[in-house]
Design a protein around this ligand. Sequence first.
Ligand code: GDP
Length: 538
Amino acid sequence: MLDEENTRGRNAAPLPPEIARRRTFAIISHPDAGKTTLTEKLLLYGGAIQAAGQVRAKGEARRTRSDFMKLEQERGISVSASAMSFEWGGYWLNLVDTPGHEDFSEDTYRTLTAVDAAIMVIDGAKGVESQTRKLFEVCRLRDLPILTFCNKMDRESRDTFEIIDEIQEMLALDVTPASWPIGMGRDFLGAYDLIGDRLELMSRADRNRKAESLAIQGLEDPALAGHVPADQLETLREEVEMARGLLPALDPRAVLEGHMTPIWFGSAINSFGVSELLAGIGRLAPPPQPRRTLSRQVTADEDKVSGFVFKVQANMDPKHRDRVAFLRLCSGHFQRGMKLRHVRTAKQMAISSPVLFLAAERETAEDAWAGDIIGIPNHGQLRIGDALTEGEDLRFAGIPAFAPELLQAVRAGDPMKAKHLDKALMQFAEEGAAKVFKPTIGGAWIVGVVGALQFDVLASRIEGEYGLPVRLEQTQFSGARWITGPKEALERFAAQNKGHMATDHDGDPVYLTRLQWDIDRVGRDWPDLTLSATKETL
Ligand code: GDP
């Protein structure tokens, strides 16, 4: 059932039904909290319901793991983000997968620009961990609504009140319990659903389904005694009474504004709490939201199609050189074959074979609506941040690029192939896989990444995709800053600091630093110039 209250944009008139039923979200978590497991279960539920209650074979869910690159398999980490769509309870859900490893945070940040809500998964024994916190801060910049899933309740976990307090304090966010756990660890029975007044029981026999879901007339309902042992029932009643007295009640508006998070207690591996979470996404996460551009706000219900590229992925099919650009549709009803304006180059592009990422397989998209993510195969024309529209010169704001934290010089193993290296590096830069800088003095390119593992990925991809072995070497530089200011001051600065100057792949000037002292010195001696650790792609 679609919730009336929630079928509109934040301040707008009701949306067309196809758009109103869309929910586009990502999952954020610290590695190991259970994001992959939860993703698989969400999709399993999505598929299960279409197949009339039959939970599909596990193998099908396993395909959800992106296995586009050998390295991912070798190291058991998910390097590339992808998007998956499925239907559940009348909703059309777009789950945008974020890479979990902290080395790939930049990709994750950009993914968060393409969604309207996030699920925050925390481990019940560990609470809010460092990566959760970092990602949460990014969500907060955009006031993204956050729904929280406290996972692994089948293991010894922290006290429920303690977990809630920690979220409230560490993230400065109101927390309202959507469910309340009954026991934990070996004694974990299930949860009391505070929104639907139901008793949800976990099955230990079948990990792919919940045991039972029973409607209950409040906590005094005698039916409870038939399912929950007396001592656990007493604790449950006490705790829920305390929680209702001490914790804020659910306020859907505050959730939409990103000030309050509802929390569910579950166990992803046991499929427990997953359907309640799905119902929560439908009910409490917003439909496609308006997007800011440099000229105006774009709302989802506008007739004309518009969208922006938030990710480019190379060689999903290793037999082809093609790349897939992931486009978040921000408005309109897209149909296959449409000609859209590529705003950066002012050229028309016929979008003839867009890909929709359905849970099970990639499929050609015949049509898609605002909120959806479509993949557009291309030969490199589409870059991160690019806008596609039906004619208007829109530039979507707020897609960040971050200064790399680690730099290395890169040289072709075979000097005869230096030209190929130039090409490969430019492609990776456009894809957002690394920053590349061409120093004003000296031959070698400098590549910059946010996490060390990205160097290995890069070297292995250049070798695998371009047949070009490369050497990565130490450089004297440890940081990079984009530098802006009046033209005359910039030129004077560049002339005096030739050994530190470079350009990025867009041709923008970059100051390469050795020490924090370099940055402080520029701040002191060149008040007209600004050094910046981020650059909006637009
Ligand atoms: P990710 O790194 O966040 O994607 O985490 P995974 O989904 O890969 O899970 C990390 C580990 O926790 C795996 O060994 C999972 O089997 C395990 N795990 C996930 N969910 C649960 C759960 O509900 N209970 C228990 N006991 N283990 C879980």
